[in-house]
Write a protein that binds this ligand. Structure first.
Ligand SMILES: *[C@@H]1O[C@H](CO)[C@@H](O)[C@H](O)[C@H]1NC(C)=O
Ligand SMILES: *[C@@H]1O[C@H](CO)[C@@H](O)[C@H](O)[C@H]1NC(C)=O
Ligand SMILES: *[C@@H]1O[C@H](CO)[C@@H](O)[C@H](O)[C@H]1NC(C)=O
Ligand SMILES: *[C@@H]1O[C@H](CO)[C@@H](O)[C@H](O)[C@H]1NC(C)=O
Ligand SMILES: *[C@@H]1O[C@H](CO)[C@@H](O)[C@H](O)[C@H]1NC(C)=O
Ligand SMILES: *[C@@H]1O[C@H](CO)[C@@H](O)[C@H](O)[C@H]1NC(C)=O
Length: 278
């Protein structure tokens, strides 16, 4: 069994090493996390600030990152560095980070979260498909943290949750994007109003996508229409011809023409004669 004194020595050495490392680690005093409340049209500018308050090694430069990517034009040799959002918009929400680089030590950083309620900035307004085909509806958002997405369908005035992989419904979420795929479209049950819902800890937003499903005969309709027109036309012509044929027999005979005019002339002559006799 190890003696208690030896354990104590080991423990205190570890804690001394630990505190020495902590002292050497650079310290950054950064702005607090914040929430963008974008109610009005002219939001006041927001300044994100980091201050390197202690470091064991000389620092080289500092820069800013947003959502894991360096923001161009932010590299300076400053201990106190600022990033200004002049006109904050929903897509300014995200995870900001100031990074300090050193001559003899690894980089140090601090994170400032700028949170905002989701806002849906793009969506499929409507999709028109034939029965049996697949439909794809989607919504895109800005805001931070990335929302939790759900899809619902309006059924008799009630929004019903759509379950992923419940046979024909597939939901695919990628941070600020969500899509709903519906396969083997059913003309009886699938058309209607679908609603994507994006919710994070700050707020919620939703948007409507309309799905229309046509009968699979639909592509044939123009052709069937023309065919129906031709058939009706043919029937009309046949009936017309059949009814008219007996009357038209003399008309078809060319020599009958002059005879007809003669008869009317004779008639006129008769009238004339009648008038003269009166
Ligand atoms: C950190 O910065 C805030 C203002 O941004 C200031 O009020 C606070 O005193 C600073 N703390 C230290 C330890 O420098
Ligand atoms: C930044 O840190 C330095 C050193 O700790 C301190 O003197 C200075 O007041 C700080 N500046 C701000 C704006 O917090
Ligand atoms: C930020 O610092 C952490 C350790 O504190 C490190 O794991 C991470 O890689 C750093 N990120 C960047 C972008 O420097
Ligand atoms: C969505 O997030 C990706 C990275 O996750 C980003 O590249 C893209 O710009 C974002 N789109 C919007 C509209 O915020
Ligand atoms: C839905 O299910 C598919 C597999 O069928 C999976 O790849 C996808 O990540 C699931 N989406 C959600 C939101 O659970
Ligand atoms: C989104 O769904 C959540 C959870 O059901 C609900 O509380 C919220 O009101 C919905 N958002 C909208 C805009 O309908």
């Amino acid at each position: 069994m190890p003696c208690p004194a030896m354990l104590l020595v080991v423990f205190s050495t570890v804690s001394v090493l630990h505190s020495a490392r902590a002292q050497n680690e650079p310290r950054i005093n950064a702005s607090d996390h914040m929430v963008l409340s974008l109610e009005s049209h002219s939001n006041p500018p927001i300044i994100l600030q980091c201050n390197l308050t202690s470091a064991s090694s000389n620092h080289k430069e500092s820069y800013w990152m947003k959502n894991g990517e360096e923001i161009a034009g932010t590299r300076f040799k400053l201990k106190l560095t600022e990033y200004k959002l002049n006109k904050p918009r929903p897509d300014d929400a995200g995870e900001y980070m100031c990074v300090y680089t050193f001559e003899m030590a690894p980089d140090a950083n601090a994170t400032i979260e700028v949170k905002a309620s989701p806002e849906i900035t793009g969506h499929k307004r409507s999709d028109n498909k034939n029965e049996g085909q697949s439909a794809l509806l989607y919504c895109k958002s800005v805001g931070y943290p990335h929302p939790v997405w759900t899809w619902r369908k309006l059924e008799g005035g009630i929004l019903m949750d759509i379950e992923n992989s419940s046979g024909r419904f597939f939901i695919n979420n990628k941070d600020n994007y969500s899509e709903l795929q519906i396969t083997h479209l059913d003309i009886g049950t699938d058309p209607g109003e679908y609603r994507c819902n994006a919710t994070n800890i700050i707020g919620t937003a939703s948007m409507v996508c309309i799905l229309r499903v046509r009968s699979h005969l639909a592509p044939l309709w123009p052709f069937l229409g023309v065919l129906a027109e031709i058939i009706i036309l043919v029937i009309i012509i046949v009936i017309y011809e059949k009814r008219k044929r007996p009357d038209e027999v003399p008309d078809d005979d060319e020599p009958a023409g002059p005879m007809k005019t003669n008869s009317t002339n004779n008639h006129k002559d008769k009238n004339l004669r009648q008038r003269t006799t009166n």
